[in-house]
Design a protein around this ligand. Structure first.
Ligand code: HEC
Ligand code: HEC
Length: 207
């Protein structure tokens, strides 16, 4: 049995048995191999076995930081984040199941996403790096990093499905993710539909 303890070190890459887990802070301990049968039975239909969900409204989990994945599972379990598909699934998971699943999915390789509206990429890039000073939207790179890979404190968003991102903006502005970071609610409330589509397309295009 392989027991894995991943410690909080910014930018550190940990290599165990050929699996690279690269993330920053937080402390998620567990055994990702134990998560495989659970992922297959309970998660793969929606998120894929490799964490690259086949449906664009289901988020990709591959390569997301384990601290973030674990935190969001707890958010669903505690009904801080409401979703009728996720809520019943997490109820029966133990803390160690959730840690193992977080390590398992974070070690999967994210696949690049499909851009459906390439004409929006230029505006999307501008929003990502400059925000919109006129309407008070902050730039995204300050927290999610230039590459979209995030860090210990901020989730990876690069390559995420555009449809899922747009859905999250709606949830942030309507209160569906009311325990989320305040800045995300501010972004979602101020961003126009066109800007949201554009930045979602740009994020989806990030490798
Ligand atoms: C029936 C489909 C379905 C199944 C099965 C499912 N999920 Fe999800 N999952 C979703 C949807 C839809 C969302 C997005 C919810 C939202 O918009 O708030 C989500 C969101 C998540 C998130 C948050 C991702 C993010 O980027 O914020 C995590 C983590 C997650 N699921 C883990 C799991 C795990 C682990 C399993 C198996 C134990 C699982 N899910 C099973 C549909 C599913
Ligand atoms: C001050 C830091 C900060 C800034 C600036 C910021 N974000 Fe975030 N973002 C976060 C945090 C923290 C989360 C994690 C979820 C939460 O707490 O709600 C998040 C979550 C998200 C998510 C949901 C990820 C998921 O997997 O569900 C998306 C999409 C997103 N941000 C996009 C953006 C975009 C686009 C911008 C720029 C217009 C932006 N963010 C600016 C901190 C930030």
């Amino acid at each position: 049995m392989r027991h894995l303890t991943v410690k909080a070190l910014a930018g550190m890459a940990l290599f165990t048995g050929g699996v690279a887990i690269s993330f920053a802070a937080g402390n998620v301990a567990g055994d990702p191999t134990k998560a495989e049968p659970i992922a297959e039975k309970l998660c793969s239909a929606c998120h894929g076995m490799d964490g690259n969900s086949p449906v664009t409204t289901f988020p990709k989990l591959a390569g997301l930081h384990p601290t973030y994945l674990l935190h969001e599972m707890h958010e669903f379990k505690e009904h801080h984040r409401e979703n009728e598909m996720m809520a019943p699934i997490v109820q029966d998971l133990s803390d160690s199941d959730m840690s193992n699943l977080a390590l398992y999915y974070s070690a999967q390789k994210p696949a690049p996403d499909v851009v459906t509206q390439p004409d929006l990429l230029a505006l999307g890039k501008k929003i990502y790096f400059e925000g919109n000073p006129d309407s008070g939207i902050p730039s995204c790179d300050g927290c999610h990093e230039e590459s979209g890979a995030g860090s210990d404190r901020f989730p990876r968003i690069a390559g995420q499905h555009a449809d899922y991102i747009l859905e999250q903006f709606k949830l942030y502005s309507s209160g569906g993710r009311k325990f989320g970071k305040k800045v995300m609610r501010t972004v979602a409330e101020r961003i126009t539909e066109q800007e949201a589509k554009a930045v979602a397309e740009y994020i989806a295009s990030m490798p």
